[in-house]
Design a protein around this ligand. Structure first.
Ligand code: GDP
Ligand code: MG
Ligand code: ZN
Length: 320
């Protein structure tokens, strides 16, 4: 197809591809057949992240790298909260987030809630992978996992030291574009290596393509799984903190709170001290777990703090 308008009148034929690795202005773009080409961004205004769909072509015949001229609209963007309180895109066009927890390090369920809320805020499905299960599942962890399952979340108990859980996880990743997130040390890198044994080599190859041989692990890389589906790996994604939206949208990150909120007396109820609050009634009756409500309250407080510290911050969005 001719897109002379976006190439400054050079009339270069552009193809649509997907950004499968991104490091600053250097990218790797994959065509629908799976062929990967190193690319650079055209112009200063473009900023691509892993998962972006792009129009690209060769600026000059015979060049060894392509040029990305245009990015297509994103279906969703996983964002990270920066020090300055802003939302920074990390990955685009994701369909699933896998929150990884394990017996060791001791799970922080508030962190898990935060990731699950982050998934809901960018409209992707979430599941929990409880890794290292060969170490045993403590009673309190079993209670938390059962509570998440009751909310409709898929829970996969797995171990990188045994096949069955990994195979079950692979089944959940089929047909999806996923990321692994969670506390450091829960086994995300080990899971990636178990799911995509070639991941290490691919990452090194991409390091070479985008940086002429300097090996770093700062890239976001999309791995195609042999068992089906794509898995995006990036240190920035794994340790990301989801941006918290405006106070009135925080509840949309908590499925049971969002559901109960439909019957609050006031439509703009924040579920803190308003009369006729169905959420607080459900907490009092035990229908909503106290810990989950506490988790919601923490994010609500954070949202207000961010609003005060950064009054001009971009408002959070909710698509529920
Ligand atoms: N016992 C046990 N240890 C594991 C398992 N998976 C990973 N580990 C170990 O947990 C530690 C952290 O793993 P890593 O993949 O680096 O975690 P990450 O920080 O989440 O990427 C390493 O010492 C791994 O060998 C597992 O299923 N069982
Ligand atoms: Mg790791
Ligand atoms: Zn309410």
């Amino acid at each position: 197809m001719k897109r002379a308008d976006v190439t400054g009148g050079t009339g270069i034929a552009l193809a649509v591809g997907r950004v499968v690795a991104s490091h600053g202005r250097q990218l790797v773009v994959e065509d629908p057949a799976g062929q990967r080409t190193p690319c650079r961004l055209h112009g200063r205004r473009l900023a691509a992240v892993c998962g972006d769909e792009a129009r690209w072509g060769y600026a000059h015949p015979g060049e060894s790298y392509g040029t990305v001229y245009e990015l297509l609209p994103r279906r969703n963007t996983l964002e990270r909260l920066t020090q300055g309180g802003r939302a920074e895109p990390v990955v685009a066009n994701l369909t699933q987030l896998v929150a990884v927890a394990a017996p060791l390090p001791a799970p922080d369920w508030f962190v898990v809630d935060r990731y699950l809320a982050g998934a809901a805020w960018c409209s992707v499905t979430a599941l929990i992978a409880y890794n290292k299960v060969e170490l045993g599942v403590a009673a309190d962890a079993a209670v938390e996992l059962a509570a998440y399952a009751a909310l409709g979340l898929a829970i996969v108990q797995c171990s990188t030291r045994a096949a069955p859980g990994i195979l079950e996880l692979a089944t959940h990743l089929k047909g999806a574009v996923s990321v692994l997130v969670g506390q450091s040390g829960t086994g995300k890198s080990s899971l990636l290596n178990a799911l995509a044994p070639e991941a290490r080599a691919v990452t090194q190859e991409i390091s070479a393509a985008t940086e002429e041989g300097r090996h770093t692990t700062t890239h976001a890389v999309l791995h195609r799984l042999v068992s089906g589906g794509d898995l995006i790996d990036s240190p920035g994604v794994r340790d990301y903190a989801p941006p918290v939206p405006e106070a009135r949208h925080v509840a949309s990150g908590f499925v049971e709170i969002h559901r109960a909120a439909a019957t609050c007396r006031f439509q703009d109820c924040l579920h803190v001290q308003e009369p006729g609050c169905a959420v607080r009634a459900a907490v009092a009756s035990g229908q909503i777990r106290q810990r989950r409500y506490e988790s919601f309250r923490r994010l609500l407080t954070l949202s207000r703090e961010l609003g005060e510290r950064f009054p001009d911050r971009r408002p959070g969005r909710s698509r529920r």
